[in-house]
Design a protein around this ligand. Sequence first.
Ligand code: KG4
Ligand code: ZN
Length: 454
Amino acid sequence: MALSSTLSRLNLIPRPWLPYKVTTLRALKLKPQLLRPMWAPLTLSSFSVSAQIHRPQDDNLVVLGIETSCDDTAAAVVRSSGEILSQVVSSQADLLVRYGGVAPKMAEEAHSQVIDQVVQEALNQANVSETDLSAVAVTIGPGLSLCLRVGMQKARKTAGSFNLPIIGVHHMEAHALVARLVERELQFPFMALLISGGHNLLILAQGLGQYIQLGTSIDDAIGEAYDKTAKWLGLDMRRSGGPAIEELAQEGDAESIKFSIPMKQHKDCNFSYAGLKTQVRLAIESRNINAEIPISCASSQDRRSRADIAASFQRVAVLHLEERCQRAIEWALKIEPSIKHLVVSGGVASNQYVRARLDQVVKKNSLQLVCPPPSLCTDNGVMVAWTGIEHFRMGRFDPPPPAVESEDFVYDLRPRWPLGEEYAEGRSEARSLRKARIHPSLTSIIQASLQQQH
Ligand code: KG4
Ligand code: ZN
């Protein structure tokens, strides 16, 4: 990827979330001997000492967040008061166009090329230096391990050089928790629908790190279905497939093609988009649409036909979300009757049609929808920094790494890392077919550590 195009893209990132310029920052510096590691071993004695130490100065924390789990290289600096001091994202748009998806080795290389600049730009925009930071937060999973490694390396290098604690962040938890930065009234328990390129999750968030998984994707996630549909329709993939479909769908007739709604017969909250993808592919083939001809060059009849497919796909893809959300709300209210909010986050949540339809479902159930602004729905460093802050306040972090890391150091990366424990009543046949996990869920790790404290 050309460096110049990356940098100009960096400059294009709007900064509506910078309410003021920081002049002085009194960052909390931690004594390494008082730090208690959180993420690595499960056999820890206690986190309580560090938790007590940090709490009184909570609002002085300044955290750098680094995100490289997929195809965006992102960094941000956030204060524990909720102020976003900077936000920088560098996308691999040209690679997406060339390969029609994320190719791990290429993505890793692209991250490596820009990571230093992205982090430096985040510090510059925030008007801080590493010595002003209280900690570094970094996504450690789930995601592509080659890509996660680039962020982790940078985070450990920065933390090691400046004696800063480090917080390993769960990517999907970050998508959910950024809603608490946006909507300060949002208290636990709440529900969250997380819709991105790699995952669909419906969770009940009972507390920080305490999640019940009500539903998940049994095959492709909704974002993947948007991306493939866009590719097969010959759309401009430079901003990823989702926005291209959303735009084209406005011209089409959403009722023109009767795609069937996935998983109707499964009365659970899981998701499946592989079948819908196949239906879309067949519809495209039967209409002789040639993806080699970009939509900008298509005849008006051809364009109309592509728009009808985009609109019909979107309608059914979102109907599947609506049905799952309705059931999940019923389940969640049985477990936690005090729930008032449904958070919708992840890249696909930036779609206005998705938001409008889910808002209706939520209102029908007398709940409130919380949707972060689009720049915080798609992958970003703010959500990582904020989630880092939330855990840091609870005393959950790793001590600063050594200034010079030994060459054989093995990074604790978690490419397949469930967020919460499955809701027993919601476990479906379809789901049980795909059980491969590498790590225990975030929630089970936190529960184990809490038990050790008592
Ligand atoms: O959360 P995200 O930025 O990255 C992952 O964690 O995967 O989500 C990326 C996904 C992509 O599949 C992209 O096409 C989709 O979010 N997306 C959208 C929209 N904007 C991004 N899908 C539908 N409509 C959009 N406006
Ligand atoms: Zn994401």
